[in-house]
Write a protein that binds this ligand. Structure first.
Ligand code: UDX
Ligand code: ADP
Length: 472
């Protein structure tokens, strides 16, 4: 099957960059990314590439090359659906905030709405692809909606699962050179195999054949949840040991290096931190936990839930370390945050540890001053308001946002590093120190600074997982 028109529903952190790369690598395919959010589509179409709604290194170049040629961003969802041979569903699947499965199960209402919309407007056969991470067996729900709510035309649908493994901040690199592309489909029928082949041939324009893996749909759906659960588990594992290191004078970075050299363990994803964030890890583990519980597999559910419990503990522990180190009170004290994004090189703040650390400090009446190179002030307040801990006025009173790190840190009692942005390492730390209240405290929640050198300047340093932290 020759694919000429692709439509992607959802122009977010996954849909936008993924489709930009497909369009760049497949100039013979027209790729239209649609979204109901008009502001977002307008930003994707902005002449000024610094205004793209997603910040990713290298994304602007890819968009510049393909946009207007064979990459289009539009709010005309129905039109793009009908014109497409292949439709990617890349909408958000947040954790449910209401009803059955509240706080655990994925909210599939956006996915279901998409499926109904496709069924309503399609007048020709379509391959429908789940790109968003979904609970295992969602494909069968999509298939049932597509097959039973049609518009009367004899349209056939094939459902594939093609989870995206890109990590934010390195999305373009990951898309251009993926470890693997996973395609799950109906391997038992000729039509299913044909659909899998059609998608594989799109990726084959730049991904070596041996890296394109095909499985049944359920394996593909579950592999994505499993990959994220394993990655998050590594972070929680090393974070759990960071607390033990702080008590025993061991150093978590030394431990990570020593174990990481064992080729069975591997060295990646062993960086102790203030806690993992991002839109995927927590959501996907909760999903896994919910599915396991649904099948009555309580030991399996408890096992994975512990990864989240550890992560919540790590975020809270970091905030409480700040409070206790600052003589058990931060009331009225200015704490400067370097970083708000959940990791460097992204403007995404979903589930960022910074939000939760700020929340704990605000509970103690601290004044939080934030600088982040890419996150807008509006986003930071929206993140705090979303927690619903206090009113929006109180959040604005407690948190001030700066576009200059030196201003943010002026007169602060402490600096807390919440994101590992490279630029933080290049600052004039003597200058920062000189303008702070004394003693000047520094809490490195990302283990990126040379705290030995900072201590020579006069900072009192706390570093995640270091046995040399101040006595508290
Ligand atoms: C993750 C997966 O890596 C990716 O494959 C999947 O498609 C989506 O979820 P992402 O959330 O974008 O990607 O970023 P990732 O690099 O995995 O980092 C997640 C969080 O873990 C960040 O907050 C990061 O700072 C933290 N982390 C990561 C650590 O604290 N220590 C580490 O060693 C690695
Ligand atoms: P992700 O990180 O998974 O890409 P985002 O929240 O960044 O998630 O993006 C999902 C996008 O999907 C949002 O821009 C949202 O407006 C869009 N979306 C959700 N439902 C629909 C729908 N029915 N039709 C079109 N776009 C939708």
């Amino acid at each position: 099957m020759d694919i000429k028109h692709i439509c992607c529903i959802g122009a977010g952190y996954v849909g936008g960059p993924t489709m930009a790369v497909i369009a760049q690598k497949c100039p013979h395919i027209n790729v239209t990314v649609v979204d109901i959010n008009e502001k977002r589509i307008a930003a994707w179409n902005d002449e000024d590439l610094s205004k793209l709604p997603v910040y990713e290194p290298g994304l602007d170049k890819v968009v510049e090359e393909a946009r207007g040629r064979n990459l289009f961003f539009s709010t005309e969802v129905d039109k793009a659906i009908d014109a497409a041979d292949m439709i990617f569903i890349s909408v958000n699947t947040p954790t449910k905030t209401y009803g059955k499965g509240k706080g655990m199960a994925a909210d599939l209402k956006y996915i279901e709405l998409c499926a109904r919309q496709i069924a309503r407007v399609a007048t020709s056969d379509k391959i429908v692809i789940e790109k968003s991470t979904l609970p295992v067996r969602t494909a069968s729900a999509i298939k049932s909606i597509l097959d039973n709510t049609g518009n009367g035309s004899e349209v056939k649908f094939q459902i594939l699962s093609n989870p995206e493994f890109l990590a934010e901040g390195t999305a373009i690199e990951d898309l251009l050179d993926p470890d693997r592309v996973l395609i799950g489909g109906d391997t038992s029928t000729a039509e299913g195999k044909k659909a899998i082949q059609a998608l594989a041939s799109v990726y084959a324009n730049w991904v070596p054949q041996k890296q394109i893996l095909t499985t049944n749909v359920w394996s593909s759906e579950l592999s994505k949840l499993t990959a994220n659960a394993f990655l998050a588990q590594r972070v929680s594992s090393i974070n759990s040991l960071s607390e033990l290191c702080e008590k025993t004078e061991a150093d978590v970075n030394e431990v990570a290096k020593a174990i990481g050299m064992d080729s069975r363990i591997g060295s990646k994803f062993l960086k102790a931190s203030v806690g993992f964030g991002g839109s995927c890890f927590q959501k996907d583990i909760l999903n896994l936990v919910y599915i396991a519980k649904t099948y009555g597999l309580n030991e399996v559910a408890d096992y994975w839930e512990q990864v989240i419990i550890m992560n919540d503990h790590q975020k809270r522990r970091f905030a409480h370390n700040i409070i206790s180190t600052l003589f058990n009170t931060v009331s009225g004290k200015k704490i400067a945050f370097l970083g708000w994004a959940f990791k460097k090189d992204t403007n995404d703040t979903r589930e960022s540890a910074a939000i939760y650390v700020a929340d704990e400090l605000l509970n103690e009446q601290s004044k939080v001053a934030v600088y982040d190179p890419k996150v807008s002030e509006e986003q930071m307040y929206a993140d705090l308001d979303y927690l619903n801990t206090r009113s929006s006025e109180e959040n604005r009173e407690g948190v001030s946002v700066f576009n200059n790190p030196y201003e943010a840190c002026k007169d602060a009692h402490a600096i807390a590093v919440l994101t590992e942005w490279d630029e933080f390492k290049t600052y004039d730390w003597q200058k920062l120190y000189d303008q702070m209240q004394k003693p000047a405290f520094l809490f490195d929640g990302r283990g990126i600074l040379d705290t030995d050198a900072l201590e020579k300047i006069g900072f009192v340093c706390y570093k995640i997982g270091s046995g040399k932290n101040p006595e508290i």
